[in-house]
Design a protein around this ligand. Structure first.
Ligand code: ADP
Ligand code: ZN
Length: 210
């Protein structure tokens, strides 16, 4: 099964993806994670990506697509995958159609005030990408032992721009996938387990319909 996860920054896509991986036995491919790895490479190219990401804007589709194609060519994707962070524009969705048959788009629907509250306080593991909130997680390292840090784009100025970017470029994808008949809206809940259950319900009906 090939799934696209759609939702505002901070809507909980990464957390939901982590739970779906265990349930469905397919990997999550996060273009944000792939880009952060390249950004950390110390090359001139990496630094350019890092700058764009820190600003809250979008990295060029060409760059992201190239990385994505390489990742989709790895053997663990043969039974499907969950895409987190791609597509982010209509153009990217159209390009994706050339390389993948998407079965379902899960749209994670969360109120904006909840999201802003979550993003301020978000800490991320440098090694495995797991996300915590400093208000509730008091350890200094991830459970994998990795270092926790505040992403540049989780700083307040960048959060505002990421929202604008989302509203303008990514939100139109809700209608795009609705028109394709594969949109499944998942209500995001306070408890990640409840969100996960909603997602499983939504996917069950996706499988029946196909
Ligand atoms: P979030 O979903 O919380 O905004 P991500 O980790 O998905 O965070 O993405 C972080 C940043 O990486 C984005 O703000 C953007 O700069 C870049 N990025 C990720 N995916 C894409 C994409 N598909 N196209 C362009 N830029 C991307
Ligand atoms: Zn970790």
């Amino acid at each position: 099964m090939k799934i696209v996860l759609l939702g505002a920054p901070g809507s909980g896509k990464g957390t939901l993806a982590g739970k779906l991986v265990d349930e469905l036995n397919i990997p999550t491919i996060s273009t944000g994670d792939l880009l952060r790895k390249t950004a950390a490479s110390g090359t001139e190219f990496g630094n350019k990506i890092k700058e764009t990401m820190a600003s809250g804007g979008l990295v060029s589709t060409e760059t992201v697509l190239e990385m994505l194609k390489a990742r989709l060519g790895e053997s663990d994707t043969k039974n499907g995958y969950i895409l987190d962070g791609f597509p982010r524009t209509i153009e990217q969705a159209q390009l994706l159609e050339n390389i993948a048959d998407i079965d379902a788009c899960l749209y994670l629907d969360v109120d904006k005030d909840v999201i802003v509250d979550r993003l301020s306080g978000r800490i991320t593991c440098r090694d495995c990408g797991k996300i915590y909130n400093s208000k509730t997680y008091k350890e200094t390292t991830c459970e994998c032992g990795g270092e926790l840090y505040v992403r540049d784009d989780d700083k307040p100025e960048a959060i505002a721009i990421r929202f604008e970017t989302y509203e303008k470029n990514t939100k139109p994808l809700i209608k795009y996938y609705q028109d394709k008949g594969i949109l499944k809206t998942v209500k995001g809940m306070d408890d990640p387990m409840d969100t996960f259950k909603n997602a499983i319900d939504a996917l069950d009906c996706a499988q029946k319909e196909n």
